[in-house]
Design a protein around this ligand. Structure first.
Ligand SMILES: NC(=[NH2+])NCCC[C@H](N)C(=O)O
Length: 412
């Protein structure tokens, strides 16, 4: 059965890809936190327990949970594929590898596939490899960075490296060097995993495109409308590129709504300040609106004649949503109820980062009790999950999940 179908943010979730955090989060140190995009070091047994609780919550609702590392191991079924993967990984890790490519290659290929994938994710310490003769100045004067391959602690945010849109994938060039290698996994899974490789799955944008785009900014509002945040992580160029590619392909997307959000760490992706939770209900962090309640929004559509795209400006989010979704009314539910302190605190703790598993049914962190209560008052079913350690990576249930299949929205 064709493995990818996502034509909304809210259609009943059938299949999702997660990554259970592993040793990579224990390889964070105070010195590397900001480079590796964490605010603190999670306690591994506790973060795993919380993640398992999240995965079980989804399973209990009948959702199929796939794990990224298992898919990856199943994709690298022979020696040639393993070698291609290691070669590509090392060429993309140039700065750190520092002349030790061959040594690292032999080291990684000495493991079975499962262990190799886990080494790549958790990072390879210089002290793990046999000391090599230091011939070159850059080797003799090596810095004190302890890793040849940096750990990938952000991998449990499976939302960002790739996103399913309709029956295709946006395979993303990620903005931060600390996360760039992450989308390599999905490239190999699509090419080599039997669940995917037998189909020709369209790529709406590829990871070799020079300008960044991340899945946290990509919201499939309907089969015809895609919203994309222009943010700290996603460039206007990539938004236009994917729009043009969608319009000239067999995709059903007719409108791409580019929503500009402030470029700052707390608001890094659109899904940290805005998510869809029902046909006509959305969460929003009030601080993305200016003092008149407006913002910078552009609608991209297929152009006339030879023009690949036409662009028109809007400034009101609620009106734009009504227009593109053809709805008479919509409800924007403010994170933290709009209270100055509660909304700042709960937005920081991903109170707006809800994962809809069906129309009007969302998974959220239990800590965001103000936002959760307000959603309930608006008729939303809120399923709470644990978050003390998961939250330290600055992402919530939406960031931690990559939906691969949802029911068609009309069926719900
Ligand atoms: N879709 C999201 N909001 N993802 C959050 C990712 C958090 C991660 N630490 C980063 O900085 O990249």
């Amino acid at each position: 059965m064709y493995p990818i179908h996502v034509d909304s943010e809210i259609g009943r979730l059938q299949t999702v890809m997660l990554h259970r955090p592993g040793k990579e989060v224990e390889n964070l140190t105070p010195d590397s936190l900001s480079k590796l995009l964490f605010d603190d070091i999670p306690y591994l047994p506790a973060i795993q327990k919380e993640h398992d609780y999240f995965a079980n919550t989804l399973r209990n609702r009948g959702i199929e949970v796939l794990y990224l590392d298992t898919l990856m191991v199943e994709s690298l079924s022979d020696k040639e594929k393993r070698e291609t993967f290691v070669d590509q990984l090392l060429s993309e890790s140039k700065q750190m590898v520092n002349g030790s490519s061959q040594l690292l290659k032999e080291y990684l290929l000495s493991f079975d596939t499962k262990q190799m994938v886990s080494e790549v994710i958790s990072g390879v310490l210089k002290k793990d490899l046999p000391e090599q003769a230091k011939k070159h100045l850059y080797e003799i004067m090596a810095d004190h960075h302890p890793f040849y391959l940096d750990p990938m602690p952000n991998l449990y945010f499976t939302r960002d490296p790739a996103a399913a849109i309709g029956n295709g994938i946006s395979l993303n060039k990620m903005r931060e060097p600390a996360r760039r290698r992450e989308s390599l996994f999905m490239q190999f899974i699509l090419n080599y995993h039997p669940r995917f490789s037998q189909y020709s799955i369209p790529l709406w944008i590829n990871r070799d495109y020079p300008f960044p785009i991340e899945g946290g900014d990509e919201l499939v509002l309907s089969d015809k409308v895609l919203a994309i945040g222009v943010s700290e992580r996603t460039s206007a160029r990539a938004v236009e590129k994917i729009a043009v590619n969608l319009f000239k392909s067999n995709s059903t997307i007719e409108k791409v709504v580019a929503v500009e959000i402030p470029k700052c760490r707390a608001f890094m992706h659109l899904d940290t300040v805005f998510t869809m939770i029902d046909h006509d209900q959305f969460t929003i962090h009030p601080e993305i609106l200016d003092k008149d309640g407006n913002m910078n929004i552009f609608i991209l559509e297929k152009g006339e004649d030879d023009e690949p795209v036409s662009i028109t400006r809007r400034d009101n989010l609620a009106d734009t949503l009504k227009e593109v979704l053809e709805l008479p009314e919509i409800n924007l539910i403010p994170c933290g109820g709009g209270d100055e302190i509660a909304s700042a605190r709960e937005q920081w703790n991903d109170g707006s980062n809800t994962l809809a598993i069906a129309p009007g049914v969302v998974v959220t962190y239990e800590r965001n009790y103000v936002s959760n209560q307000i959603m309930r008052e608006n008729g939303i079913e809120v399923i709470e999950v644990l978050s003390s350690e998961l939250v330290r990576g600055r992402g919530g249930p939406r960031c931690m999940s990559m939906p691969l299949k949802r029911d068609l929205i009309s069926k719900n």
